[in-house]
Design a protein around this ligand. Structure first.
Ligand code: ZN
Ligand code: ZN
Length: 195
């Protein structure tokens, strides 16, 4: 059974409630089991001292090497501010058709002046987690501004999105999953491996 491992790699204590919401929604969206990986190990060498931000690309490489046993994919969530060289910041990054994705909560809480309501914050985190995992399954950016796979350079774009894939992306996801054999076991043994 393919499984997605969710791993909190932040500096502060683990936000159990948040991870539970992400776990549930991601499992529902992709139709795959999602488990929490509770290791206290954290990526090394990702901090850029000059920018005081962490390289999402370096974190992805680290995650790919430290993927939990039995997990087909790893989704890391962190409170560290992430960047790629050409951008001021990113909400997350993923290996396209790969195994690793990372999402940062640092910029999703707001502009630092005021915390958004918790429900909105959770919705943003879930949306970006679905987005980055979507990339690992081979989904590209979507033109529909309501789709979780829409590009989101800022919070305005994140808030315009649903937490879910649009019908076209959902169809593409199912096509890719079949091509890659992601859902083989589910199709052949609909009741095996379920918890
Ligand atoms: Zn993207
Ligand atoms: Zn879409």
């Amino acid at each position: 059974m393919k499984e997605i491992a969710i791993w909190w790699i932040g500096a502060s204590g683990v936000a159990v409630d948040l991870l539970e919401v992400v776990q549930r929604r991601v499992a529902g969206e992709f139709g795959l089991p999602v488990g929490a990986h509770l290791s206290a190990e954290r990526p090394e060498g990702s901090l850029d001292p000059r920018r005081r931000q962490h390289s999402s690309t370096k974190i992805l490489h680290w995650l790919a090497e430290h993927r939990p046993a039995g997990a087909d994919r790893v989704l890391a969530i962190t409170d560290a501010d992430l960047f790629i060289p050409i951008l001021t910041f990113v909400f997350g990054e993923a290996h396209l058709k790969g195994r690793a994705a990372v999402v940062s909560t640092a910029r999703l809480a707001g502009d630092g002046l005021m915390l958004p309501d918790p429900a909105r914050f959770r919705a943003r985190v879930v949306t970006e987690c679905v987005h980055e995992l979507g990339h690992t399954f081979g989904l590209l950016h979507c033109q529909s501004t309501r789709c979780a796979m829409a590009r989101s350079p800022g919070l305005r774009e994140v808030d315009a999105k649903n937490e879910t894939l649009c019908p076209a992306c959902r169809e593409r996801y199912l096509e890719l999953a079949t091509e890659n054999g992601e859902n083989d076991e589910q199709e052949k043994h609909p009741h095996s491996g379920r918890r």
